[in-house]
Design a protein around this ligand. Structure first.
Ligand code: BTN
Length: 327
């Protein structure tokens, strides 16, 4: 797409200038057509300085998700991967499932600026206003046993923690199984859903919601006590387009390493780095039952290892964790 190619030239030259003639000849289009494209980009929130002797220079980027800007910042272009960005959708996970049913080839991703029915775990709603946050779903066809889905989500969780740590000066944490947290406040959550054939996963939708640029004041009071946005930690707006491009790169690489079984050692290391539960006294609520114990870590199928008051250790595959006061 011409738009992406123009943006790529401008980004590569930053903070320098690129001549309109150079862009035109590189892309094999006329200078007038370059000018037209740049006017379109201006209308979408970009700013350019223009000097007759030097050409163009990027002076402002849109604050909201912009497909061309994400594409232009992809470091590696993975074969067969496509993505769509939507202004509004019910849920990116649901849209991903619809796209799959309509025959779209995996791997692909769906991004939206806003969700009207964002979903979390246990059927809860995921607050998804249009305020510069990330709502994304990645679709894969991994051909793996369904039991491996739990480890997949945990692996993706630490991958996201590593990525997020490059954008904020505070270390993120992973709260088993799927919360990205900072000092007890939630910045992101993951929802992995799969369709299963006999004994294999047919397709898998990995949904990630990340609070990026919404000020705490934009949330209902109850939520703002429990949630945090990356912008509050970085002290300024986080570049959502750069973050999204980096996310695509990381998620696709992490997926490859997972399916090739190359993630095992790195997973253990990263889990130990980001795990916020190890050594803590918690209550695990699971199917109406509550169990108290001390967290010892996770096992190799991603179960939470809990030691009870009698010194017995058991692994749990699902549930919701509450950290006990003073634990
Ligand atoms: C949770 O913590 O309970 C999981 C939240 C997952 C939210 C994301 S936002 C993008 C994707 N679409 C959804 O409807 N849910 C996930």
């Amino acid at each position: 797409m011409t738009e992406t190619l123009i943006l790529r030239e401008l980004l590569a030259a930053e903070p320098g200038w690129v001549s309109g003639g150079m862009i035109a000849s590189k892309l094999g289009v006329s200078r007038v057509s370059v000018w037209h494209q740049m006017e379109k980009l201006r209308a979408q929130g970009f700013g350019f300085e223009a000097l007759p002797a030097r050409g163009y220079r990027l002076s402002k980027r849109p604050k909201m998700l912009h497909a061309g800007l994400v594409e232009a910042q992809l470091k590696v272009r993975r074969k067969g991967f496509t993505f769509i960005t939507l202004n509004e959708v019910d849920s990116t996970n649901d849209e991903a499932a619809r796209q799959l049913s309509a025959g779209r080839a995996a791997p692909f991703a769906v991004f939206a600026r806003r969700q009207t029915h964002g979903r979390g775990r246990f059927g809860r709603a995921w607050h998804s206003e249009s305020n510069g946050n990330l709502y994304s779903s990645f679709v894969f066809r991994p051909r793996i046993a369904p039991e491996r889905m739990q480890t997949f989500t945990l692996w993706m969780g630490v991958t996201i923690c590593e990525l997020v740590s490059k954008f904020v000066p505070v270390k993120p944490g992973i709260k088993w199984p799927n919360d990205i947290v900072f000092d007890g406040r939630k910045a992101g959550g993951m929802l992995t859903e799969a369709r299963v054939d006999a004994d294999q996963i047919r397709d898998l939708v990995f949904g990630l919601g990340l609070n990026v640029n919404s000020p705490a004041s934009a949330w209902p009071a109850e939520l703002s006590r429990r949630a945090v946005s990356l912008c509050e930690l970085s002290g300024g707006t986080v570049d959502i387009n750069r973050l999204t491009a980096a996310l695509i790169g990381r998620v696709l690489l992490a997926y490859e390493r997972f399916t090739e079984g190359e993630h095992v050692d790195t997973f253990a290391e990263l889990w130990n780095t980001f795990d916020v539960l190890r050594g803590r006294e918690i209550t695990l609520s699971e199917g109406g039952r509550k169990r108290r114990g001390k967290v010892l870590g996770v096992d190799d199928v991603g179960s939470l290892l809990l030691r009870d008051e009698h010194g017995r250790t058991r692994g749990f595959r699902a549930g919701e964790v509450t950290i006990e006061k003073g634990g």
